[in-house]
Ligand binder design. Sequence first.
Ligand code: PGA
Length: 252
Amino acid sequence: MSRQPFIAGNWKLNLGPEDASKVSAELVQALAGHRDVTVAIFPTALSIPSVVRAVAGSEIGVGMQEIESVASGAFTGGNSAVMARAAGCTYALVGHSERRQLWGETDARCGDKVAFALASGLLPILCVGETLAERRAGRVEEVVTRQLEAGLSAIAPDQVAAVTLAYEPVWAIGTGETASPDQAQAVHATLRAWLRAGHGDVADDIRIQYGGSVKPGNAKELLACPDIDGALVGGASLRAESFAGIVAAATA
Ligand code: PGA
């Protein structure tokens, strides 16, 4: 079992084309030496062309923060996975908690989007995670396994290995409050056990990122946990120096 660490930067609605290009170019320089870590950045859709140009020739992948589960049509404001692939994207986030909370993204739609991402040639990162109220009510396992089951429900068993998971406790996103390594590891182990029960040894290959206030200062401790295979980084990914610091923690 050897899972290469996967560090992804979710830029959310930040860094327009010019700033995105500048940070991407800085990242290419800063990460030139890192070979054993998968790295991807998720710019806002409008910045994707400039980021794709800036990282060309490097090992840095680019992804969409959100996709529709259709290729094209009357979907005002939507983003197409097929077009994202044509624009140079490799990955797509699915089910980020901000999409679930602010846009009412349902478990079922996340399942459709995982399937459509794969059908379009994009590798999905399926995000799961509980709210603070759900944690306090002792419902963490129930919530994350429900989200996981729905997220994988529309794909064939042999496609599961192509999915990356991100465990992002909602109460730790953008709050500066990180899950402790023990708290995060416990949920990652639960997710992997669920995968093993339903999908066998593929559970050993699937990477499970942790997300929620990951910074250079806490990344090493989190990434040292046996079932934490990377990070999905928001705020600390907006500057090349701090994002590179997290990639360095994954290399160490
Ligand atoms: P954060 O965001 O690192 O700013 O907490 C993580 C995420 O939302 O993916």
